[in-house]
Design a protein around this ligand. Structure first.
Ligand code: CA
Length: 749
């Protein structure tokens, strides 16, 4: 059995009661058959990640409200024995709380006391971590008819008896384990089906969702989101239509992405399952589908008939996407009065920066307005439903600053809809990225990262070109690239969006001290709202904030001592309302812990924290005494400038999305702080997989020993630069790199 306390490592590559269960089916999932899918349970439970089938992240409870939320304090907590990121929202049914954690672990707790009832280890083979793009996180589980449904990181869908934690059934949902598939997404319930997608569009996955019978585990249907050729065979008939939007010479070998890795929703009355489809790989149009085309169903919202898995309608948010503008963000189903008519709508704030309101019965576009700065398109044409591109999004020639960035105007962090205020609360990100094409021609890498483009976020006003100082100095500055463009300073906001008037009702900046810095990207977490006129959102500082839902007035800020990303939930038991959330930093770009974060101050031990009125202060972990930032690097600089540059390129392609090497501490280590022992074991770690149990799988087959040596040379070079800079020793040539003709393997031996 895995010792979970060891799961503090490195993840890899690049950018989760009794017999009455049987009686008490979550009838609301089906019987909530008012057209207001968002209507809630009517009791104190919270059955699935987003509270209800419409994924509103909204509760009708109001014992805790705008008048008394200042008295919210500690009830109990539960330690998760992992330092990986926590992204899921717990579920509470009949006095029992169920939560999912990294790898696909499940814990069942007494929701009154936090006493553990059972836990489940999916026993994932550690080798899977080399295919993980963005942390070994898990975004949630579902409860249905006495069972818990969760997906493991390696793609198994598992049904557990909710009372005992015993496995009822398990199926392998992955079609090809040689490719870059993982599963970090939540399960979703649609009638008596459980639906699951997968991740890996940056690698070489071909996206699909599969629906299984909740009782038997039998597969009911599977829907592929992209074709595998223009000539078939077409596994689902809709692919024949989709194939017409691809060049026959598309780069089929790479799988072409379109993974469904996060948002879904279900309308029981229409019996439609809504799925959000991700980006394609390769990113650049000219590499992926040379003659162009919309490339269906990339970056699209699809409505599927739950009974058959056949397509009801599709709406593509970003035709021919080449900016990682996934439409996988969570979707909210609600009823809104628009133009004097009551409409059943689906709302989404996908990465591309436009807030979409669609008629969820027909897919008709009702509105699409920018909720953050957008430069790749001027607007969405209401007649055609298509974005009108500006040309600013073309990076095939010279480097160009494009808004939003691949992190999106909004990422996976749940947004929430409050039926009282009629507002959607979006964890929004004002941020662009600079894109350019690599010098070397693209070459397919099986099971590896296959995006075919380069981008960098303007962190601290600079672009990391992956070049040495001299070559970087010749590249355009951020100021030059930003001329005539929005402010490139990265800022996060909690934005209350009126989806009828299409405007910001109120907003709070959530950047804290990190405006313009890396940590601003993931500082504002998922959102939950209640009938108590409240909105809750946590930050990486470890503070949980409560705002008045109608005005944005800050009402409470509670230090939980753990950095927060996941959306909170609330439940009522024995007449008392609680607020609960999982805390722990991680996931894409969240693997490093800059000063000022709770993860830096207190470590990053994952916790479930439960709050109640009058509970008093939350007990905080002991503060960590941090040593001097940079110790002397474990070796002199080595490798020619060419080797270092090559190593930097390889680092960007294979390592940077986890090891962003910009912070003091992290779940994913800053490799500039590598010690002599780790330095000596570098090749055994990267190729030999000796730290796979800590999340760092082997890159054998993706990297050669020479590649690893070049990466090591580039890391040592970066370490010396950071060390010298801290010592104020800039200009010193004491550690200057050796001349270009020196042995690339340097003095390692
Ligand atoms: Ca992506």
């Amino acid at each position: 059995m895995r010792n979970t306390s060891l799961i503090v490592g490195t993840v890899v590559v690049i950018a989760a009661v009794a017999a009455i269960f049987a009686l008490r089916e979550p009838a609301l999932l089906k019987a909530e058959a008012s057209s207001q899918v968002a209507a809630a349970a009517g009791n104190g439970d919270w059955l699935i990640g987003g509270h209800d089938a419409g994924q509103t992240y909204s509760s009708p409870l109001k014992q805790i409200n705008a008048g008394n939320v200042g008295q919210l304090g500690f009830a109990w907590n539960y330690d998760l024995d992992t330092k990986h990121g926590q992204s899921s929202t717990p579920v509470v049914v009949d006095g029992v709380m169920y939560l999912s954690a990294p790898w696909g672990f499940v814990h069942a707790l007494d929701a009154r006391s936090g006493k553990k009832l059972w836990s489940f280890d999916p026993k994932v083979n550690d080798a899977i971590t080399s295919k993980v793009c963005c942390g070994i996180t898990n975004r949630g589980l579902s409860f249905h008819k006495g069972r818990i449904f969760v997906a493991s990181l390696d793609g198994r869908l598992i049904a557990l008896d909710a009372k005992t934690g015993q496995k009822a059934w398990e199926v392998d949902t992955i079609i090809d384990h040689e490719r870059g598939y993982t599963v970090t997404g939540s399960t979703y319930i649609a009638g008596d089906l459980v639906v699951i997608g997968n991740s890996g569009a940056e690698l070489d996955a071909r996206g699909y969702v599969t629906a299984y019978d909740t009782q038997s585990g039998e597969q009911r249907w599977r829907f592929f989101t992209v074709p595998k050729s223009t000539t078939g065979p077409f596994e689902n008939p809709e692919l024949e239509m989709a194939a017409k939007t691809w060049d026959p010479n598309s780069f089929w070998e790479v799988g072409l992405g379109g993974t469904v890795w996060d948002g879904m929703a279900y309308d029981p009355q229409l019996d439609l399952v809504y799925i959000g489809v991700g980006n394609s790989a390769l990113y650049p149009r000219e590499l992926r589908s040379p003659s162009g085309g919309d490339n269906l169903f990339v970056s699209s919202i699809l409505a599927l008939h739950a009974g058959t898995g056949r397509l009801a309608w599709h709406y593509q948010t970003t035709p021919g996407d080449q900016w990682d503008y996934t439409a996988t963000q969570k979707m909210i189903l609600a009823d809104l009065e628009i133009g004097g008519r009551q409409r059943q709508v689906l709302m989404q704030a996908p990465k591309n920066g436009f807030f979409y309101v669609l008629d969820r019965a027909t897919g008709e576009l009702l509105s699409a307005e920018p909720y953050v700065p957008v430069t790749w398109a001027s607007h969405v044409d209401k007649k055609t439903g298509r974005p009108v591109e500006t040309g600013q999004g073309n990076y095939s020639g010279k480097p160009v600053l494009i808004f939003p960035s691949p992190a999106g105007g909004h990422n996976w962090h749940p947004m929430a809809f409050n039926p009282q205020t009629r507002l959607v609360y979006i964890p929004a990100l004002e941020m662009g990225a600079v894109w350019w094409m690599p010098k070397e021609p693209y070459k397919y890498q099986k099971g590896g990262i296959n995006i075919g483009a380069l981008y960098s976020f303007p962190i601290d006003g600079a672009i990391d070109w992956g070049l040495d100082a001299e070559a970087s100095a010749k590249m355009p500055t951020v100021a030059e690239l930003a001329k005539g463009q929005p402010d490139p300073t990265i800022r996060g906001y909690l934005r209350a969006w009126d989806p009828v008037a299409n405007k910001v009702a109120w907003q709070v900046e959530t950047s804290d001290q990190w405006a313009g810095k890396m940590n601003a990207i993931w500082n504002g977490g998922g959102v939950m709202t209640t009938a108590g006129d409240l909105v809750f959102q946590g930050r990486s500082t470890g503070y949980l904030y409560a705002y008045r839902a109608s005005t944005g007035e800050q009402l409470a800020a509670i230090n939980l001592g753990v950095s927060i990303m996941a959306a909170p939930m609330t439940y009522e038991l024995d007449g008392e309302q609680y607020v609960a959330l999982l805390a722990g930093f991680g996931g894409a770009l969240g693997g490093t812990h800059p000063e000022g974060t709770a993860a830096y101050r207190y470590g990053n031990a994952g916790k479930l924290i439960v709050l109640r009125l009058g509970g008093g202060a939350v007990p905080l972990p002991a503060e960590i005494q941090h040593a001097k930032k940079f110790a002397t690097p474990p070796a002199p600089r080595h490798g020619s400038p060419e080797t270092i540059t090559r190593g930097t390129d390889l680092f960007k392609r294979h390592c940077q999305h986890c090891h962003n090497n910009s912070a003091a501490t992290g779940t994913v280590p800053d490799l500039r702080r590598i010690n002599a022992q780790t330095y000596g074991e570098f090749e055994d770690i990267v190729l030999g997989g000796i730290r796979a149990s800590r999340g760092m799988g082997s890159f054998k087959g993706l990297l050669t020993p020479q590649d690893v040596e070049a990466i090591r040379a580039s890391i040592i070079n970066d370490a010396w630069q950071a060390y010298d800079s801290e010592q104020g020793a800039t200009g010193s040539d004491a550690h200057a790199p050796p001349p270009p003709d020196s042995n690339a393997t340097g003095d390692r031996k």
